[in-house]
Design a protein around this ligand. Sequence first.
Ligand SMILES: [Fe+2]
Length: 261
Amino acid sequence: MKFIHITDVHLVGDNGGLNGTVPSMRLDACLTDVVQWHSDASFCVISGDLAEFAEPKAYQALKMRLRSFPLPCFLMIGNHDNRAVFQKVFPEHPKDSNCYVQHRFEKNNCVFLFLDTKKEGHGVHEGQLCGDRLDWLKQQLIQAKDQPTFLFLHHPPFDIGVPYVDKIRLQDVEEFAATIKYGQNIRHVFYGHVHRMTYVSWRGVPFTSLPSLNHQIPLNAASVQGEFCDEPPAYGVVQIEDDQLTVHYNTFLQRNPLHQT
Ligand SMILES: [Fe+2]
């Protein structure tokens, strides 16, 4: 089976610009590319930072676009999002019994668990998995038994060597590490937040992240002017087989022949 991973869309109300680009245009180009080349995917997930300033208009812009997008699309929230505003615009989106934006999806015997690492508070950017959220995860992992299981987080529980994001990673690291031990067959963890493509093996578990659809964080802050860099956006095309998992980083704006007129 195949699914699409998108992260850190950072939409701005009224289709506004952000850090030199227009997030809604990037999202449109991405969704169009997915529909054109990967409409056979089983689902799409957007792993948080849906909106830059969490305005209702930004979430409404996302909702409007997803209405005509043919794949089931699971949404997660990140540090830039506001859970209450998101849930007001997307009241039908699945949530757990404590109203966190967490849910389980199952297909072809694979279990997909979408987690909510948003920590409440204005200007708070680090991640949190409180006891209630970790209890939910524990129960899901126990229930999954030995089924192939895939986790989705916004914030990673580790440093990647980029201070800008390392200082705002997930805070509840040991609690998360203890909880995932209940998983008998966690095959992979997908995350966002760092605005870079990475592969990380953490305590024996493989993780991958993607560039943001809008702006990237430089590997070395001294290598660019300003906070962000113009490395290309990408979405992930993930292929899952019994004995293999493949992640393609699809830099959809760079398929030159298709964009030449
Ligand atoms: Fe982000």
